[in-house]
Design a protein around this ligand. Structure first.
Ligand SMILES: [Zn+2]
Length: 459
């Protein structure tokens, strides 16, 4: 080591040991190791320090978590695939921060998949780092077709013997790939993932699309969808332009067959030709890669994250009613939880193993079990509050089944446009106020008289 340092000094360099970092990236770490991801884990932990969460409401913690996620160093995430264990550590740290960093194991009232959903689907749009990582890695796949003159493109093409003109880096030998490139290009190995399902090769001049293998028609590949036609065709590979020609915007096909078709094969042939004809309706002058999930047709990580987080979720109008910037963020966030049924009512706390007072009976009326629907809709005290407000407006509302339906019927009232914001805001404030009164009653043991005063104050 001393000799090494001596030699380094002679040529004006310094010496170091692996693992180290070079141009901001870790060098010499074992692949997929925790050491590789330590800088990201440390940065996230530092920014989500417990004291910050203690000073903030749920809405504030959600905003801070989003800000921290947006400012993570993306060069890490856009090159290396996040190992599952590291993604779980990071996602878990964010979830803990959102649901109360002051405790070691806070109750996570809404499951992780749900808070990652778009607001229109009942979530709050927290980004899952696995999804963000995939969305950034996908950029290399998509950029392959448009950066033919870049050094990285030439290196990948030469190293893996890829087709230089192809729009996508398909057809490489997986076993020879580096772990880094294998992780980047793995979605191309099957057609059932979000990237390949939303990418479409649009036919222009046919010089950059493989006729049999690529997914340029409505089927993933002609070779797999029409194996009989593939077996009788003379040419088994080549670009689209080698199977037909385009004149005045119309394609005429010239597909040579080894033998005349049998009668029963004619029907398959007709279907095959119809599939080809339907794929030539585009107006592109040259072959192009189109990202279907965005109106611009250009891939962007944000739209990938959006479709990934929307999978399996239903868009409901009630969620759009909540996030309208009418009420303060903490009130909107509370209403979101209340409509999901995920607020600490006595029945919800009991379900999660927390010991509750008064056998879980409502703190306002003490006659029924305290659930979300009871606390905000069916409770005799709550209903008095709602009725008194409606009486001011000469509006009669039937008692709703639950808070979700209540919100919808509240919003459906026909009012003057100038009165609508006040009417809408009242819903937020009364729901939030009823919860506050309930908490005061629990923690300060109000007498019946004081409690009546609270209800009057609410109005
Ligand atoms: Zn009650």
């Amino acid at each position: 080591m001393i000799v090494l340092q001596h030699w380094a000094t002679i040529i004006g360099c310094s010496s170091d040991v692996l693992p180290t970092s070079y141009l901001g990236l870790p060098l010499g770490c074992p692949r997929n190791s925790l050491a590789l991801w330590k800088p990201i884990i440390d940065k996230l932990s530092l920014r989500l320090a417990g004291w910050k969460g203690k000073c903030l409401s749920l809405a504030g913690r959600i905003t801070l978590a989003k800000s921290v996620l947006n400012n993570l160093p993306v060069y890490f995430l856009s090159l290396f695939q996040l190992p599952s264990k590291v993604a779980d550590i990071l996602n878990s740290a964010i979830a803990k921060f959102i649901w109360g960093p002051e405790k070691t194991r806070p109750i996570q009232w809404v499951k992780w998949e749900s808070i990652c959903r778009p607001k229109s689907s009942g979530g709050v749009e927290i980004v899952d780092l696995k999804v963000k990582n995939r969305s950034l890695l996908n950029k290399w796949v998509v950029r392959f077709g448009s950066e033919q003159n870049q050094l990285w493109h030439r290196v990948i093409v030469d190293k893996y013997g890829l087709d230089r003109t192809s729009l996508l880096p398909t057809g490489y030998n997986n076993t020879r790939s580096s772990w880094l490139w294998k992780n980047i290009a793995c979605p191309l190995e099957n057609q059932s993932n979000l990237l390949t399902q939303n990418l479409r090769l649009e036919l222009g001049d046919g010089n950059r699309i493989n006729f049999w293998e690529d997914f340029w028609t409505e089927v993933p590949s002609l070779k797999d969808a029409f194996p009989r036609m593939f077996s009788v065709a003379v040419k088994k590979c080549g670009k689209v332009v080698e199977f037909g020609c385009k004149a005045d915007g119309v394609w005429s096909w010239n597909i040579e067959l080894r033998r005349p078709l049998f009668t029963w094969e004619r029907e398959v042939w007709d279907c095959f030709r119809s599939t080809l004809d339907r794929a030539t309706k585009g107006l592109c002058s040259s072959d192009a890669l189109v990202w279907k999930a965005d109106v611009s047709g250009v891939y962007n990580p944000k739209s990938f994250c959006l479709i990934a987080s929307s999978q399996g979720a239903n868009t409901e109008r009630v969620w759009n009613l909540i996030w309208q910037n009418i009420a303060p963020p903490k009130v909107e966030a509370f209403l979101w939880r209340a409509i999901l049924g995920r607020i600490p009512t006595l029945s919800e706390l009991a379900k999660r193993g927390v010991s509750v007072q008064n056998s879980g009976m409502c703190v306002l009326c003490s006659t029924e079990v305290e659930s979300v629907s009871h606390l905000f809709c069916h409770c005799v005290f709550a209903w008095k509050v709602w009725q008194r407000w409606c009486n001011y407006w000469n509006i009669s509302l039937p008692m709703p089944e639950n808070l979700n339906l209540f919100e919808a019927s509240w919003d459906a009232q026909v009012l003057k446009p100038s009165s609508k914001p006040v009417w809408r805001m009242a819903f937020y404030e009364l729901v939030f106020g009823l919860n506050v009164v309930g908490q005061i009653r629990v923690f300060q043991s109000l007498s019946s008289y004081d409690f009546q005063i609270c209800v009057v104050w609410l109005l």
